[in-house]
Each structure stands twice: as C-alpha cells, then as structure tokens.
Ligand binder design. Sequence first.
Ligand code: BG6
Length: 287
Amino acid sequence: MSVSQTDSTVTVSIGSSEVKILRYGATVLSWTIDGKEQLWLSESAKLDGTKAVRGGIPLVFPVFGKATEGPTAALPQHGFARTSTWEYLGQTSEKPVAAIQFGLGPENLSEEAKKQWDYNFTLIYTVTIDDTNKTLETRMSVENAEQSKDFDFNILFHTYLRVPEIANVEVTGLQAVPVHDKVTVSKYVEQAAKVTVSGEVDRVYENVPGTVSIDVDNKPYLSVTRDNVNDVVVWNPWTEKAEGLADFTPKQGFHHMICIEAGDVSKWQKLAAGAKWEGGQTIKAHL
Ligand code: BG6
C-alpha cells in the first residue's frame, strides 16, 4: 500500500487499484483498476474549493436536496459535507486492503455553516480499496456529540459511476421498490426488472432490499451493495439539465455516467445525544 499527499489531495494505491480523494468535501475523485477509471468526473468540475465537485463521490450530509422547514432549512442543497475541507486522519489498515480516513466536525465548518446547523458532531469517513475483490467501500460514522440535544440527518454517497454508453446500461435490483420520481413528480412502484435510461432520471428508490447492479451489453459491470443505508437515488441529467449545469462537461457526458447513490434520504435518521450511527456502500467492478 502506498499513500501520497498534496496540499489538496490524498492518493492511496494497492496492487492494481488506486483511489484519489480531494480534502475538500472528502470527495473521491477517481478510482482506477489497472488504470481503468470507474468513476465519472466532469472536465470542468471545480477542484479548488469554490463549489461542490461535479463527479466522483460527493458526500451529502446532513440534508438531501433543499429542506424548506425544520433544523436543516437554512442549509444549501445537499448540506455542508461536500463543501467543507476535511481533516486527513491517516491510514487504518494494511494489506490485503488499503483504507484511509477523514474527519469532520464543527471546528472544520465555515462560520456560516455552523450557524446554519448548530450541532456538535463528529463524522469519520473511511475509504477502502480491495484489490483482490476489485471493490471500493465508502463508510461513514456519525456521532452526535451533544450533551442533551438529538438531531436528524440524511446521508448519501452521491456516486457518479462511469459507463461506456448509457443506452446500453440496465439497472437491476429495483423492481417492486417504491419510488419518489422527482422528474414526473409522482410516487409509484417500480415495475421494471431492468431499469433503462433514455431521458432525464431523478428517482429516489425507498428501502431497496438488496444489491443494485449495472449491466452493460447484458453483462455485469458494476454493483452496489449497502450496509445500514436504505435508499438508492438514480440520477442522470440528460440533455437539458446537463446544458443548465455550468460545471457539467462535456455536455454529452451524460452518455457516460449514471449516478447510483446509496443513502438514507427518504426519511430522517434520528440520532440521540451521545449516540453513533454507521453505514456504507461497497461498489464492485466486474472486470
Ligand atoms: C441528485 C438529486 O441526488 O443530485 C437531483 O436527486 C440533483 O435532484 C442532483 O439535481 C445533483 O445535485 P447538485 O446539487 O450536485 O447539482
């Protein structure tokens, strides 16, 4: 295992696997196996700490989307985790996997964010690559460090997966799952055994029972398993939305990505003062 650092990034590699993380947002920017990139990153993504990264794995916490009421209502879309600079805590394991950790607490937040969500908390984010199994695991622990105040949170690993061509992608593992469809503004139960994308998709699949897999040309390509997180958001901006996002390039880039986002967003996770929660996702590349 080797770890190299710059002022803004930490890169860890083991065998033929490598992952690169931006301290800003603790955003995974790249995950390669034998040099093959598994994540999609916009060519015009801001990596200078002025905006959440468009691509990779931005972290959504403590709110998904924009709340209109309640204790997170003052926060911007998707909260502050993806727009705060995390502390690098070091490496936590040796062969056969490589793992590194980042931490975030109120002391790392801007004065503005602290005012917008006034709770004492500790987030520990662990990123692990396993070169034998060809997996990337992202795992979060959330501690409520308050003496007596409970808090509620959403959490989401907003993963932009790279795919050869979206037209040839089929997503399985979502059939019979209740959906909140943000494009059609409706709720229904997913009928399709294989979900395909041929236009804008923005759906929250609630309480997904098992692994969600991506097949390309009828072959397993990537799969996402979750531990203690219930929901999966599927997002592809397609033509018009991509046009409207200044940091989404090339504009046809939506052909080569699909966001499969594991998290808890359809309802609040409640955390009592002093309590701790932990959950994560494991993405496997079928090479
Ligand atoms: C998804 C949301 O998780 O993130 C979409 O479901 C949203 O509604 C997308 O458009 C991207 O959000 P942002 O804030 O990074 O542009």
